[in-house]
Write a protein that binds this ligand. Structure first.
Ligand SMILES: [Zn+2]
Ligand SMILES: [Zn+2]
Length: 216
């Protein structure tokens, strides 16, 4: 069994996580993870802190300091951005290009036809790296919507997150996405230290469904 020693979705107290960046990094190092992505929400995304000046910059200074203290751990400076209704990505002060990794996520409930059409519009606007907790807010699932979404994700080369926080209820979509050529990544969506790197169930699911997991 391949070892997947990464976690690409972690929140800190720069958004709605409880731990500091330093505590997250210490925990990841203790778990012997090789890559982590710190992916806070930044205003106006849900869970973000309102417009504190220099928030993103301050977090980056902390990350840079920790990179030099923990050279064996790759720390990605990331963000989780809302995919808004009508297919817009929420703006982030300073733009998307400043981040090493960008997760696009829905944070409002919608049915699968609205989900797929909104997602497709968002992918036309900007290719983020990962679709976060893809079915976390879905109220239903229809195969044809899944097929359209999978096709668009594969064409845009956007990976689908296997989230520890939002267990998948529609594995059928993952198989469709696999057949469409999508890649998959692991993200705990940790908001506390204990959740970091807890991805065994997601790795097992990927193996059971033969989903190509990205290695880091
Ligand atoms: Zn989220
Ligand atoms: Zn998150």
């Amino acid at each position: 069994m391949a070892a997947y020693r990464y976690d690409l979705h972690i929140h800190t107290n720069y958004s709605d996580g409880v731990a500091s960046v330093r505590e997250v990094v210490e925990k990841a190092a203790a778990l012997r993870l090789e890559t982590i992505a710190i992916t806070d929400h930044f205003w106006p995304s849900l869970g973000s802190q309102r417009a504190k000046r220099g928030l993103i910059k301050n977090r980056r200074i902390e990350i840079d300091q920790l990179r030099s203290e923990y050279p064996g751990l790759r720390i990605l400076d990331g963000a989780e951005v809302d995919i808004m209704p009508y297919g817009k990505l929420a703006d982030v002060s300073g733009g998307y290009g400043q981040f090493d990794i960008l997760i696009g996520s829905f944070h409002y409930t919608c049915d699968s036809s609205l989900w797929s059409s909104t997602l497709i519009k968002a992918l036309r606007e900007f290719n983020f790296d990962t679709l976060g907790h893809w079915d976390g807010y879905l109220t239903n699932y229809r195969k044809e919507d899944g097929r359209r979404a999978a096709q668009a994700l594969a064409e845009a080369n956007v990976a689908i997150e296997l989230s520890a926080r939002y267990p998948v209820s529609h594995t059928e979509f993952l198989e469709l996405a696999r057949d469409a050529g999508c890649k998959f990544v692991l993200g705990s969506d940790a908001h506390t230290l204990n959740e970091i790197g807890r991805l065994d169930d997601q790795i097992k699911m990927a193996e059971a469904l033969n989903l190509p997991l990205v290695e880091y």
